[in-house]
Structure formats: structure tokens, C-alpha cells
Design a protein around this ligand. Structure first.
Ligand SMILES: Cc1ncc(COP(=O)(O)O)c(C=O)c1O
Length: 380
């Protein structure tokens, strides 16, 4: 392993960070929503807490005290944390529909996705036996498409990028009366993405339990549309209040919508020209409902190139005397790559205030969700 493989492209310190702003956002993701999600999801077949693994080897290489890695590779057999969000939102929508119509006749769901969110929605639809339409863009791998089709969804492949697939999803859904289950929000579309975040909050709740009273100094969160970051931040801010860790967002240099939005102090649409290997992070616009929260709660954004993706997947897979092999997919190393990049750049390390006493929480957001790519990565 050559640790200089890990670098960053850009870093921004958010001048609008406001440590006291948690009181403003207490209603965005309410405690009631989070408790309801926990109650429901923990009753589903196959539910179990995913592990919080200590990565002593990477911590030593990064010059920090410890790294806590939430390993989502085993979540409900779907391979990513996304299993918690889309499926729960489908359940909530179906529940409302049933209350209004008495049954689920005529109820169908649709979503645009890079893979993991769609898999969750397809699984949620399959669990309750309803029709599901998935819209994917030109670069989503066939294996990801097949995984959603295997869950009973009809998969529509669209030319263009993620945002193009979202437009097509909206057009066909309004024509056919399908209910959109999106993990991102826009004007007038907020309730569902909030329920998606409520589903993710189950992971945050597990982390608090697993940390057993410890509050990490830093939390590095990968971002696509920011739904994951929003859900985690909203939850942890309510629990940890003034002791919130330093929040660092890690984004792909090709889809740096949080970076650009924080820089401009307003939501900026990034036209994605190159697709990152980190498929789940390839999103050109911050979720509208999340934006005010990120604008005040995020302290730093670091954008990363793809160079470190495969080496980090390989590093995670190598067991040591203190830990077993970890199955980390393309997005899973984003936080660790940003951390190693900081170790390779003293000015970034200093700006992030990372030192030998730091305790770092990262999210291993997926396992081998694209098995063919994972196999190639392990063999390269
Ligand atoms: C594995 C993985 N990690 C991280 C993310 C980023 O989540 P969000 O788009 O909510 O920011 C995604 C999104 O699809 C993902 O699939």
C-alpha cells in the first residue's frame, strides 16, 4: 500500500457554521419520526444492528487515535444503508394509501436511482406486493439493474445522467399515477424524503448505542444529494447538541454539489460530466430540504478524486491481527480517503484539526453492491 495514493482536490471551511443552530432544526426530523422508524424497521425479518468496527491499522497510518467504521455491507442482505430509507418510505406511503382506500389496489411506486436507493424501494415494494418502477441512467451498471429487477421491479434505462433519469421518472409517474419515492427533495416534495431520512436515523441510533457514551471528535460523511448527511446530522445534533463532532463532508470531485453550494451560499446545480467510480455519490444537486441544515451544520467539505477508491477497498479487505476483512464497496472508503488525504497534506490536517487524539467516525455505506466491480477491484 502506498499511502500517497490518497489525496484531495478541494477543501472548504464553511464560514456559516453555527454550533448553536441545532434548536432551529429540531422539527426537521422529529424524535417521533425517528422512534416510529426504529419501532417499525427493527420488527422486520432479518433486522440486526450492523457492526461498528475499529480500524486500528488505518488509524495508525492516518495518525489518529481511533477510527470507528459503521459497516453497512450486511444491511438486510441488500448491501447498503440505503436499505433502511427507501423501503421505509414505501411502507409509510402504502400505510397512508391503505388508510384512505382500504387496500393497496392501484398503488405503485417509482424512483430514480444510481442503484442502492432503488434496490431499497424495490425491496420495500416486493415486501408488500406492489408494482415498482425504477429509472436508471446510462452509467448504472447492469449488475445493479439486474439486482433491482430480481426484486420484481420494472427497470427503465434512460440516456444521460442521474438528473435526467429523475426528470423521466417524474414525467411517467405523473402520467401513470405512480407514487414517487425519492431520497432527494424539491419544491413541494418533502414528506417522503423526510421518511427516507427517518429510516436512515435507525443507523444513527445504533451508532450512539454502539459508541456507548463516547462522542467522536470528527464525523466524515459521504454525500451524494446529502440525504444521508442530513439524516445523520439532524439525529446526532439532537442527541449530542453542543458536543457535535466536527462534521466533514466527503464528495467526489466530479459531483461536488455540497462544496459548490456552500461556496456560493445557495444551492448550485453541478452538471456532471464525468461519472465517479463512487456511483452512489454521483448526484448534481443538494436535496432542497437538507440544504439549510447542511448550510449551518457542516464545518468542512473535502472533495476527492477516484484514485484512492480501489486501493481503499483493497485495504479494507485485508484483515489484520486486530480486525477481520471488511467488505467495502466503492462509496465506503470516501471518508477514509479524505482522512488519509489529510494525513498527506499537513495544511488540510491542521485545518480539520485532526491530530493524534482524534477519534473519527466514518460510514462504510455499502458492501459489494456491484459484485463484478468488487471482484475486479480485489483482483487488480
Ligand atoms: C453507498 C452510498 N453511499 C453514500 C450515498 C450518499 O447518500 P446521499 O445521496 O443521501 O447523500 C449513497 C447514495 O446513493 C450510496 O448509495
Amino acid at each position: 500500500m502506498n499511502s500517497t495514493t490518497y489525496s484531495h482536490r478541494k477543501h472548504l471551511e464553511n464560514s456559516n457554521f453555527d454550533a448553536t443552530a441545532h434548536t432551529e432544526f429540531s422539527s426537521l426530523l422529529s424524535q417521533t419520526d425517528c422512534e416510529a422508524a426504529k419501532h417499525e424497521i427493527s420488527a422486520w425479518d432479518g433486522y440486526q444492528q450492523t457492526p461498528l468496527v475499529e480500524l486500528d491499522d488505518i488509524a495508525a497510518a492516518a495518525g489518529v487515535k481511533s477510527i470507528y467504521y459503521k459497516d453497512e455491507s450486511g444491511r438486510f442482505g441488500l448491501g447498503s444503508f440505503k436499505a433502511l430509507g427507501g423501503s421505509y418510505a414505501v411502507f409509510k406511503l402504502a400505510d397512508e394509501y391503505k388508510a384512505e382506500h382500504g387496500n393497496l389496489e392501484g398503488f405503485a411506486v417509482a424512483t430514480a436511482t444510481d442503484g442502492n436507493h432503488g434496490r431499497s424501494v424495490a425491496w420495500g415494494a416486493q415486501r408488500i406486493g406492489v408494482e415498482c418502477h425504477i429509472f436508471i441512467h446510462a452509467h448504472v451498471s447492469q449488475q445493479r439493474a439486474d439486482a433491482m429487477a430480481a426484486l420484481g421491479a420494472e427497470v427503465h434505462r434512460i440516456d444521460g445522467n442521474y438528473d435526467d433519469s429523475l426528470v423521466e421518472c417524474e414525467t411517467l409517474s405523473s402520467k401513470n399515477n405512480w407514487q414517487i419515492v425519492s431520497d432527494t427533495s424539491w419544491d413541494g416534495y418533502e414528506t417522503v424524503p423526510i421518511q427516507v431520512m427517518a429510516g436512515y436515523s435507525v443507523m444513527a441510533n445504533e451508532i450512539v448505542e454502539q459508541l456507548d457514551g463516547h462522542i467522536p471528535s470528527h464525523f466524515i460523511i459521504p454525500a451524494g444529494c446529502g440525504g444521508l448527511a442530513g439524516g445523520m446530522l439532524a439525529y446526532f445534533w439532537q442527541v449530542w447538541k453542543d458536543q457535535l463532532p466536527t462534521i466533514v463532508i466527503a464528495e467526489s470531485e466530479y459531483s461536488d454539489c455540497v462544496y459548490q453550494s456552500l461556496e456560493a451560499n445557495q444551492i448550485k446545480l453541478v452538471n456532471i460530466v464525468d461519472e465517479t467510480l463512487m456511483a452512489g455519490l454521483s448526484c448534481g444537486e443538494v436535496s432542497k430540504i437538507i440544504w439549510p441544515l447542511l448550510a449551518k451544520g457542516v464545518q468542512h467539505v473535502v472533495t476527492i478524486p477516484d484514485d484512492g477508491v480501489v486501493p481503499m477497498m483493497q485495504w479494507l479487505a485485508r484483515p489484520t491481527s486486530s480486525r477481520a476483512s471488511v467488505e467495502g464497496g466503492e462509496c465506503s472508503g470516501a471518508g477514509l480517503i479524505a482522512l488519509m488525504a489529510a494525513n498527506n497534506d499537513p495544511s488540510l490536517k491542521q485545518a480539520l484539526n485532526i491530530n493524534a487524539q482524534s477519534t473519527i467516525l466514518v460510514l462504510g455505506t455499502e458492501g459489494a453492491t456491484d459484485p463484478e466491480f468488487y471482484k475486479q477491484a480485489m483482483e487488480s
